[in-house]
Structures are given as structure tokens and as C-alpha cells.
Design a protein around this ligand. Structure first.
Ligand code: NDP
Ligand code: MG
Length: 394
């Protein structure tokens, strides 16, 4: 029964060694030595502006091409999780039925999955039992969530198990992945860390062709920062239409609002260039670490890229963001915020449906993460379709 996950562990070990030697020697002990070693290597991987080098286009290791049946993997995850309470029921809300489309929708998932090292070593989720954070089980909860919604495109933040878990497994489920670590990931300060955390972007290879990929180290007021983004131009194999998908994770914490705003401006500028001045439709997923009242949110809402935030469409007036996308209890108290967004070109794309959020009752009094849910952030999932007749400008 546990064949796939056990096999994954075995093969991942092998794959991790291979990757470590070739490009990414950080998945070892923590401390300043590791951070310095990582920094030197990070410099070869990063660039302050969008770079478009083929080495960023990850070619799947042939060893991992043997496909996995998603149902079988889901069953294995459920077997590992048999002592845990069942996962929460969330439904898709139909948002627009009056836009017939001849092609299947594009399902996009945005999720800050919570870095294992940060969850165990930095975040201080005081109401979350340590057993709920055990990686061997938590990874199954994360996979279960992905397998339940089967996104065509997956945008993740706080990924610190790319090479040993997500890349090998998701590639066998048909995804092509790209990972861009933070230059100075706080994970590296945690004992027994698994390497730096970063953003990861996966898309289904049978649906899309990669046209262009850029790893972006964000700047703030011309200074290089510790935050990153990945932006890829994809072509739909069914329709031949191109669009750009981006994932980011902006600087956290209060007091850094202007910094986030500057990072947002830099990302928007990069996206202007990549979309050739909004000619290519765009979807931007991210943990912006900013409430809708913040300047960075306003920059995105008023950008000449003509973006709308998809989850606003779940509100009665279509104008309000959800009340929360993250909810946790730290030593400082309860933290309930709306920080995660899926922005999209509002003239070129339509949101056909969106996955509703967990209710307060489902989240429970100890909030997140928990035995039921693996991250302090909720996943956001939307189905997009291209507008058949784009109404004027994108
Ligand atoms: N080795 C070195 O020389 C250097 C190391 N560093 C490390 O990088 C860190 C800063 O990195 P940076 O990327 O700017 O960090 P951020 O402020 O962006 O936060 C990093 C992570 O911490 C989480 N977080 C947010 N609020 C809290 C909180 N109150 N308590 C605990 N965790 C929280 C965030 O999660 P979420 O987004 O979910 O809120 C995020 O994933 C430093 O703390 C240091 O550890 C930095 C520079 C140099
Ligand atoms: Mg976090």
C-alpha cells in the first residue's frame, strides 16, 4: 500500500544527492557555514532582474518520468493519515455561467504550504501540537490537498522540500516544476533544516508548453532583497493561446509596508516587460503579506496591467476580499489576515469558479496549522477561461 511513498523516499534520496552535487548543495546541517555556502551558490542562480536562461527550465529526470496514478497516491496519503481527522469539505462556487468556452478551464492553485523548518523552528504556532507538524504526515496532507483539486498550475510559497518531495512526485503526476529559493532563507537558521525555502511553480505538461521562464530576485528602491518571484509564459496546447503565470512571496511582518510596496512595484515592472506591456494575459499568485488596505495591494489593483483579484468575486458585491486567508495563534496572540491573492487580467480572462474558504468552525479554536490542515495559509483555487472576444485592452 505504501509503495509509492516509500519508493519516493528512496528515489528522492538519490535524486537529492544528484541535485546537491550538480546545483544545490545546501540540504545539510544548519548554521552560518551553510548559509555562506548557500549564498555563494545563490549568487550564481539569482539575478536582480528577470533572467531568461535555459538552465532555469527544469528538465525532468528520466528516472522520475514513470507516471503515478493520482488515485493510488491519494490512497497512500490517506493510509498514512488514517489516525487523523478527515479533511475538510470545501466547495467550488460558480461565478460566471454566461461565458461559454470551447476549451477546458485552467485551474490555478495558490498556496503558502508552510516551510517545514519555519513551522517547527520559527513560527511559534503555540496552539498547534508538535505532532501535527511531523513532516511524514504533513506532506501527505499537502499532497492530499493538491490531489483533491488537481490544479493545472500550482503556485507555492515556503517550499523547503522541493528536490526530495514535490519535484520528484509532481513530475511523475505529469507536472513540470521550477523552484527559486530565497537568497537568505530563514529556514537555514533552523537546526536540521532541509535547505532554503522558496517559490515553486508547477504546470501540467500535457496542457501547456513552456515558452519563457524568468526567475526574479525582487528589488526595493533599487536594492536587492531576500524575496523572489517566478514568471513563466505558457502556451495552452488546446487553444494555442499564451498567458503569463507568476508566483511570489513578499516580505513579511508589520513595519515593512513600504518595502513590500517597492517589491510589488518591481514585480509589476518585470511583469510589464514579460507581458509586452499587457499584451499577454497574466495571472499572478502570491502570499503578498499585505492586507487589502496596504499600498502594494493598491498598486496591483490600479496597475496598467488591468488586474482584478479573483477571490473578491466570492463576495456578495464582488468588491470585497475574503475576511481571511491565514489564521494562526502565536505567542503575540491571534493573527487573522487576508494576505494571499490570485490576480488576473480582467479583460482577457474570466473566473468561472473559485474554491470557497474554510469556515471559522472548520478551522477550529486552535486555528492553523492543525491535525486537519497542514499550513497556516489556506489554498486558493480558481478556474479560469479565456474570454473569446477580449473586450478591448487586456
Ligand atoms: N544568514 C544570514 O546572514 C542572513 C539570514 N537572514 C535570515 O532571513 C530572515 C529574514 O528573512 P526574510 O525573508 O526577510 O523574512 P520575512 O520577514 O519575509 O519572513 C520570513 C518568514 O517568516 C514568517 N513569519 C512572518 N511573521 C512571523 C512571525 N511573527 N514569527 C515567525 N515567523 C514569521 C513568514 O511567513 P508568512 O509569509 O507566512 O507570514 C515568512 O515565511 C532573518 O530572520 C534571518 O533568519 C537574513 C539575512 C542574512
Ligand atoms: Mg509563513
Amino acid at each position: 500500500m505504501l509503495y509509492l511513498l516509500v519508493e519516493l523516499g528512496r528515489k528522492a534520496g538519490k535524486a537529492a544527492v544528484c541535485v546537491i552535487v550538480l546545483s544545490f548543495p545546501v540540504a545539510c546541517s544548519m548554521g552560518n557555514g551553510t548559509s555562506r555556502l548557500y549564498s555563494a551558490l545563490a549568487k550564481t542562480l539569482n539575478s536582480s532582474t528577470a533572467s531568461q536562461h535555459p538552465e532555469y527550465l527544469v528538465s525532468p529526470d528520466p528516472e522520475h518520468l514513470e507516471p503515478i496514478d493520482p488515485k493510488e497516491l491519494l490512497e497512500e496519503c490517506r493510509a498514512v493519515l488514517h489516525t487523523r481527522p478527515p479533511r475538510f469539505q470545501r466547495d467550488f462556487v460558480d461565478l460566471r455561467t454566461d461565458c461559454p468556452s470551447s476549451h477546458p478551464p485552467i485551474r490555478v492553485m495558490q498556496w503558502n504550504i508552510l516551510a517545514q523548518a519555519l513551522g517547527e523552528g520559527k513560527d511559534n504556532f503555540v496552539q498547534c501540537p508538535v505532532e501535527a507538524l511531523k513532516w511524514e504526515e504533513r506532506k501527505c496532507l499537502i499532497l492530499e490537498e493538491i490531489l483533491a483539486y488537481q490544479p493545472d498550475i500550482l503556485c507555492l510559497q515556503e517550499v523547503d522540500h522541493y528536490f526530495d518531495t514535490f519535484q520528484p512526485l509532481l513530475s511523475r503526476l505529469g507536472y513540470q516544476g521550477t523552484f527559486f529559493p530565497k537568497p537568505w532563507s530563514p529556514c537555514l537558521d533552523v537546526e536540521h533544516n532541509n535547505g532554503p525555502d522558496g517559490c515553486a511553480l508547477f504546470f501540467l505538461q500535457n496542457r501547456f508548453k513552456l515558452v519563457n521562464s524568468a526567475n526574479i530576485r525582487l528589488t526595493a528602491m533599487t536594492l536587492k532583497t531576500n524575496q523572489v518571484a517566478i514568471a513563466q509564459t505558457l502556451e495552452c496546447k488546446e487553444s494555442g493561446r499564451q498567458f503569463c503565470i507568476a508566483v511570489t512571496h513578499l516580505k513579511a511582518r508589520t513595519g515593512w509596508e513600504r518595502f513590500r510596496s517597492a517589491q510589488g512595484c518591481d514585480l509589476l515592472q518585470n511583469l510589464q516587460n514579460i507581458t509586452q506591456g499587457a499584451k499577454i494575459p497574466l495571472i499572478v499568485c502570491g502570499d503578498f503579506n499585505a492586507e487589502p488596505t496596504e499600498e502594494v495591494y493598491k498598486h496591483f489593483a490600479s496597475s496598467s496591467l488591468n488586474l482584478n483579484s479573483a477571490y473578491k468575486l466570492l463576495s456578495a458585491d464582488g468588491q470585497s476580499e475574503p475576511p481571511y486567508t491565514t489564521w494562526k495563534i502565536r505567542t503575540s496572540g491571534e493573527c487573522r489576515h487576508t494576505l494571499d491573492y490570485i490576480w488576473y487580467s480582467k479583460h482577457a480572462l474570466s473566473v468561472k469558479s473559485a474554491l470557497d474558504l474554510l469556515t471559522e468552525e472548520q478551522i477550529g479554536p486552535n486555528r492553523l496549522p492543525s491535525f486537519n490542515y497542514p499550513s497556516d495559509h489556506l489554498s486558493l483555487v480558481c478556474d479560469f477561461s479565456f474570454n473569446e472576444e477580449p473586450d478591448g485592452l487586456l
